[in-house]
Ligand binder design. Structure first.
Ligand code: PMV
Length: 360
């Protein structure tokens, strides 16, 4: 598919108003996306677990205006309060997606959004937020063009969400989602994410992700800047090749359920992501001392207990502890006994692999 396939040819129905609510989850990458080309095209393919508990719920109330306006007409409420500092991001998003949703300037949109996870927890809400918004907009498009298939609906929602925040395209469906062209993955695309199309061992069903909130403050360096620093990065090309190789290697690991090999790739990906930050120019560090303390304790506990917990990181100091369902009691006990002490105000979130966004 090309971007032209996302430009609607004509709308068949007229609507005046309506209301729709979508709840979209966050996701955690196993192979990381870090570095992008123009128009939110990823520099390398990535794969993620869709989460379940960490989610954004967005309601769009839409009403047709008498005439098409020159600007986007919308109001934005976050937890019931007007949120003007989010407006510029939404304006940019709308201008990027307008070619694909030409009805946008014909409607007044009231957008009400809230997150399930604590405000300023250091967990990015851009993935779940942009996915929920894109799905709501796709609902409007389907009202005026009911011929849209479910497959096209999800694919276009992912395509639109990507234009809001890259990793958001992996938050439409579940449970294992791949984004970015990869030779070994049939149907993969830079334009949208797909459900991982190959066999996945049952050990990965109900996988747990306990998110340890190490630092809830604002990050010193945003993802947008971090992605940009991959241009002219001394190790960029090797890193992009490595992501392709890791995805290829994961194919047999995901099929066989070999957790030791899974851990080696997932932890290496997390540390490589942060190594890219530390070796870009200018360089920066998002991990905190407690991030390293937690990693060391995970390694020590894994060696002594023979369990298969591992960690991954996103672009911040928080640690995602991943572990299989059949080890949940012993690992969760360890987390409470040894790791929670390193979280800011002892805060953490128990999440697990989920199955994608839902209309509420
Ligand atoms: O979607 P963005 O632009 O916020 O970038 C997310 C990048 C990582 O979370 C660090 C990795 C990933 O693949 O999700």
């Amino acid at each position: 598919m090309t971007i032209k396939d996302f430009i609607p040819s004509k709308y068949t129905h007229q609507i005046q108003q309506g209301k729709v609510t979508y709840k979209a989850p966050s996701n955690i990458a196993l192979v990381k996306y870090w570095g992008k080309k123009a128009d939110q095209i990823p520099a390398n393919p990535s794969i993620s677990f869709t989460l379940d508990a960490c989610a954004t719920t967005t309601t769009i109330s839409y009403s047709k205006m008498n005439a098409k306006s020159n600007d986007f007409s919308f109001e934005l409420l976050f937890d019931g309060e007007p949120k003007d500092d989010f407006r510029p991001k939404i304006e940019i998003f709308f201008s990027r997606i307008e070619p694909y949703l030409p009805f946008l300037k014909e409607f007044y949109l009231k957008i009400e959004t809230s997150n399930s996870f604590p405000h300023s927890s250091g967990i990015a809400s851009s993935a779940s937020g942009m996915a929920a918004l894109a799905l709501g907009l796709m609902h409007i498009e389907k009202e005026i063009n009911p011929a849209i298939t479910d497959e096209h609906f999800n694919r276009k929602a992912s395509f639109l969400a990507r234009l809001g925040s890259g990793s958001a395209c992996r938050s439409v469906e579940g449970d294992l989602i791949q984004w970015g062209s990869h030779n070994g993955t049939e149907g993969s695309s830079d334009l949208y994410a797909i459900k991982y199309p190959y066999a996945v061992h049952k050990v990965f069903q109900k996988y747990h992700d306990t998110i340890l909130l190490v630092d809830k403050g604002q990050k010193q360096v945003s993802s947008t800047i971090g992605h940009k620093l991959m241009h002219n990065h001394p190790f960029a090309e090797q890193r992009f090749d490595q992501a392709h190789e890791n995805l290829s290697k994961l194919k047999s690991i995901l099929a066989s359920g070999n957790l030791n090999d899974f851990i080696r790739i997932v932890e290496s990906e997390a540390l490589t992501l942060h190594a890219m930050m530390m070796t870009s120019i200018p360089y920066f560090i998002l991990m905190k001392p407690n991030t390293l303390e937690i990693i060391n304790r995970i390694w020590a506990f894994r060696a002594s207990s023979g369990t298969h917990l591992c960690f991954t990181l996103d672009a911040g100091a928080n640690v995602h502890v991943l572990y299989p369902e059949n080890e949940k009691e012993v690992v969760y006990q360890f987390i409470k006994d040894e790791l929670v002490a390193f979280c800011e105000k002892g805060q953490y979130i128990c999440d697990r692999i989920g199955f994608g966004a839902k209309k509420v």
